[in-house]
Design a protein around this ligand. Structure first.
Ligand code: AGP
Length: 621
């Protein structure tokens, strides 16, 4: 969703801000803008609807601005359509201060009415613009101290009046030596300081090429930045002492590295990602060791939990569902799934004996964070499964198991899905050993087989070209059904989600047994059915379901194990995968479906990495 960037130093801020904004494009946006204080102390800005290239062209072709201090923004519309006027930064009436804002100001209507009565003039339909005018109003009230201290005090007064979750950045022509930032709620903010330059952004990859030592600003904190460093305080002005964290991500990992799209690169990174997720978590005996990482959830507590509820959104939910089957099978504990977006309205029954597992790559998804708050409020213990160090989820959860997926730039989650499933395998094995609910040999065997998955995925990735050939035959379909059973129901859901989000072809994932209860009515020769029929307790059942689809003339595409002649005899196309333990099969079975979705979207010329209407991180309800 929206992105914030700020810079102060000895260089022209505009190219640096544009570069950093380009690295935030993946989060999804529909307009962008930049504001600087130039060498004459003037506040200048430029904004453009659409892609960042429009802003770059505007800055090049007539609206050239430069300055050693500046802020930039990519906007994902909430209040007011995408337009030049609604793009950030927003300025006050005197055009002395510029504001960028992520999140929503819930009480903006009341504030706007009051400011209009006071004579302020608004130029946009956004909730964000009230911040600029409110700040102007609070600055006009005067105060003691240096200009910086007066702006700080005015900003504090402004923050006290704002209701909502947000991150914001301000520059003010009266103080060309400082940038001001604040954070309240899920919208992240990080800052890095290198050799007389400070870079601020709403996401780590934006400034990773400039600095790997990044300070994470927490909720309820204000950051005042100069070229020499920063001052971090709470909203009351009390100093907060926190060291910058060294980010281990390689800056190159947020580059395409020769691949046509980030999504394709990230699909190919999956063997490495699984290795990373497993690294150091299985001992020489083959036992999973997570006690050090999960130390705030004691072993005794884990032994005593009476129920597990798993929550998340989209792909994270699907990964959680694989975890549900693993936990049921290995731990024999009641496990339920609840979409995070439904959690707060669904009256979930949670008590002190419950463990809630919150799945989120970003750790920022507003619905997931809210679900965690509700679960904690009801007394549950919360385990986060998350990819982002310092993200909101990691702070609200009692403990976090990191997935170590590295930066994922493509909006369509791929490598983070397999890393989440891998984390769920690890947690299930750990919990089963602690509770003694499965034979140790069986747990060790699963752990060993998990560590063999990367090599198997390497083999599957070699099939990318043959999958592209199948994609050619499916690219004009208007609708595709994906069917799985048992532990591969989530594979069907995830395969359908991948296809619909990047190709815009309607796709549904279904438990195959449900076909006869409705969806089979959709089938004819124009609706391909993709079935997952790898070895295991439901293979024969799903083959029967696929035969029913074939009888309705649907083209049949099957994910099956090498050498399955029965499947080969009736399928129009087969995606062959190696045979593995059924519980681990979702990790292999999703690979051809990711590649299928990728190739269809690419053949159709779609914007694979930034599909329309979607944001990488959904920070609003
Ligand atoms: C899937 O490709 C999407 N990126 C989306 O469904 C995503 O998984 C969902 O929005 C949850 O995001 P999170 O893992 O960052 O919480």
């Amino acid at each position: 969703m929206c992105g914030i960037v700020g810079y102060i130093g000895q260089r022209d801020s505009v190219p640096i801000i544009l570069d950093a904004l380009a690295r935030l494009e993946y989060r999804g946006y529909d307009s962008s803008g930049v504001a600087v204080i130039d060498a004459n102390g003037e506040l200048l800005g430029s904004k453009a609807e659409g892609k960042l290239a429009n802003l770059t062209a505007r800055l090049r072709d007539g609206e050239h601005i430069s300055g050693k201090i500046g802020i930039g923004h990519t906007r994902w519309a909430t209040h007011g359509r995408p337009s030049d006027a609604n793009a950030h930064p927003h300025m006050d009436c005197s055009r002395r201060m510029a504001v960028v804002h992520n999140g929503i100001i819930e009480n903006y209507a009341v504030l706007r009415d009051r400011l209009l009565e006071q004579g302020h003039t608004f130029t946009s339909e956004t909730d964000s613009e009230v911040i600029a005018h409110l700040l102007e109003s609070n600055c006009a009230a005067g105060g003691d101290g240096t200009v910086t201290e007066r702006i700080e005090a005015a900003l504090r007064a402004t923050l006290r009046e704002l209701v909502g979750a947000y991150a914001l950045g301000v520059i003010c022509a009266d103080d060309p030596e400082h940038l001001f930032f604040a954070r309240n709620g899920a919208s992240p903010l990080v800052a890095g300081h290198e050799n007389g330059e400070v870079f601020v952004a709403s996401d780590t990859p934006a400034i990773l090429q400039y600095t790997r030592k990044q300070l994470i600003v927490h909720e309820g904190e204000m950051l005042v930045v100069s070229a020499n460093g920063w001052k971090l305080t709470d909203y009351d002005g009390n100093p907060v002492h926190r060291q910058a964290t060294t980010i281990s991500w390689d800056p190159g990992s947020a580059e395409k590295g020769g691949f046509k799209h980030f999504m394709l690169k990230e699909i190919f990174e999956q063997p490495t990602v699984i290795n990373e997720t497993l690294a150091g978590r299985i001992d020489e005996q083959g036992d999973v060791r997570l006690e050090a990482e999960l130390d705030s959830i004691s072993e005794d507590l884990l032994r005593s939990i009476s129920k597990i509820s798993i929550t998340g959104c989209g792909t994270a939910f699907n990964a959680g569902m694989v975890g549900m089957y693993l936990l049921r099978s290995l731990v024999r504990v009641p496990v339920e799934m609840e979409l995070a977006s439904e959690f707060r309205y669904g009256d979930p029954v949670i008590d002190h004996g419950a463990l809630t597992i919150a799945m989120s790559q970003s750790g920022e998804t507003a619905d997931t964070i809210e679900a965690v708050r509700i679960a904690k409020g009801a007394g549950a213990t919360v385990l986060g499964i998350c990819n982002r160090l310092g993200s909101p989820l990691t702070r609200v959860a009692d403990a976090t198991l990191f997935t170590r997926g590295g930066p994922e730039i493509g909006v369509a989650a791929t490598k983070t899905y397999v890393s989440q499933v891998t984390a769920m395998i690890l947690f299930s094995l750990y919990l089963a050993r602690l509770r003694g609910t499965a034979p140790l040999e069986r747990l060790r065997e699963i752990a060993k087989n998990t560590s063999l998955l990367p090599a198997a995925i390497d083999v599957l990735l070699n099939e990318s070209d043959s999958i592209r050939a199948v994609a050619k035959s499916m690219r004009k379909a208007h609708s595709v059904l994906f069917m799985g059973r048992y532990v591969n129901v989530p594979t069907a859901l995830e395969g359908a989600l991948k296809l619909k989000e990047i190709s815009y072809i309607h796709a549904e994932g279904y438990p195959a047994g449900e076909m006869k209860h409705g969806p089979i009515a959709l089938l004819d020769s124009s609706v391909p059915v993709v079935g997952i029929a790898t070895d295991g307790r439901v293979r024969e059942k799903i083959i029967s379901n696929l035969m029913e689809c074939k009888a309705r003339e649907a083209p049949i595409i099957v994910v099956a194990n090498y050498g399955d002649t029965e499947v080969a005899s009736f399928a129009d196309h087969v995606f062959w995968v190696p045979k593995v333990d059924e519980m681990l099969s979702p990790i292999l079975n999703i690979i051809p479906l990711q590649l299928l979705a990728y190739h269809i979207a690419d053949l159709e010329g779609k914007d694979v990495d930034q599909p329309r209407n979607l944001a990488k991180t959904v920070t609003v309800e």
